[in-house]
Design a protein around this ligand. Structure first.
Ligand SMILES: [Zn+2]
Length: 308
């Protein structure tokens, strides 16, 4: 088991070293500067998401953007920009975080409060209740060689099959809590800088759900968050970034205002026309600063590079 963890760590380190050199090439040939200029001119908003960054990583990103003349907007501003009551901003950054990891409490929420930076945290309610994410059970079972389908493959099977496998694994192993608690969600939601968004109830791959499962994943998520913080969530991030027309329509039906994908593209005036299909660029926790700067200004991905 330890050997597998060590091997994966080594692979990640090696990947980070290679990526670090690629990132410096992007910086040295001026790509980062060009992207920065375009964003500051108001060609697009930088829409960025995290999972569980360290305090250092999150703080570095806030400081870098501030130093470079950017300002932070929240999802409420974005809704105003979409409905036309606020003009398209120059040099704007929108921050979101997925899953409600326990470390977010100190590393994201506290830092956002200190720097007065808006951020939306998308929570899967079942994980907040139980303490763990289903994919962590699947990963642990794989490390222990228990013979169940690994999490990658569980993302490709019908939802009922995924749930059955995870229920079996849960009977056999325990995990320490990974997600924030309900009272932590209540505490961070009281901040004017932090808003809570939907991320489904059990974090399934929504396109693998039946129509009924899809509806229940969205409505249970919404009801639970309302019961916890007395707030009707109207912003959603698709778990694993997987969605289609059916999922977008389901959000609309449940009175959501906006939906985020994990499609790494700029939030351009044009992309705002499809408000249940808003792109976000992922920060890679554990990667070099140089790589994450490339990600932050959107020159790390093929899709965004098309702009240059
Ligand atoms: Zn997620």
């Amino acid at each position: 088991m330890d050997r597998l963890i060590n091997y994966n760590r080594m692979k990640f380190k090696l990947r980070n070293v290679l990526a670090y050199f690629v990132a410096w090439v992007f910086i040295l040939i001026g790509l980062v500067n060009r992207a920065k200029k375009k964003a500051l001119k108001g060609d697009f908003i930088l829409s960025i998401y995290f999972h569980n960054p360290s305090k250092k990583e999150f703080e570095f990103i806030i400081k870098w953007f501030t130093k470079n003349g950017f300002k932070f907007i929240g999802v409420d501003d974005l809704k105003k920009i979409i409905n036309g009551s606020m003009s398209f901003p120059k040099g704007a950054v929108l921050l979101t975080a997925d899953d409600g990891w326990a470390s977010n409490f100190a590393n994201v929420a506290e830092v956002a409060n200190n720097y007065k930076i808006p951020i939306t945290i998308f929570v899967p309610t079942e994980a907040i209740e139980s303490g763990n994410y289903w994919f962590s059970y699947a990963k642990k079972a794989k490390r222990l060689g228990m013979g169940y389908l690994p999490s990658k493959m569980l993302k490709n099977v019908p939802n009922a099959e995924r749930l059955a496998v995870i229920t079996e694994i849960k009977k056999k192993i325990n995990l320490p809590r990974e997600a924030m608690t309900i009272s932590e969600i209540q505490s961070i939601a009281a901040s004017p800088w932090i808003s809570i968004g939907g991320h489904s109830h059990t974090h399934p791959i929504l396109p693998n759900c039946s129509d009924d499962e899809l509806e229940s994943e969205i409505t249970v998520n919404k009801k639970k968050v309302f019961a916890w913080i007395n707030y009707q969530i109207d912003t959603f991030a698709y778990p694993n970034g997987d969605y289609g027309v059916r999922e977008m329509n389901a959000l609309k039906k449940e009175d959501f205002q906006i939906g985020f994908s994990n499609k790494p593209e700029y939030l351009s005036p044009q992309s705002l026309n499809s408000k249940f299909n808003l792109p976000r660029i992922g920060i890679l926790e554990g990667a070099s600063k140089a790589e994450n700067i490339c990600r932050m200004v959107g020159v790390w991905h093929k899709n965004t590079l098309k702009v240059f």
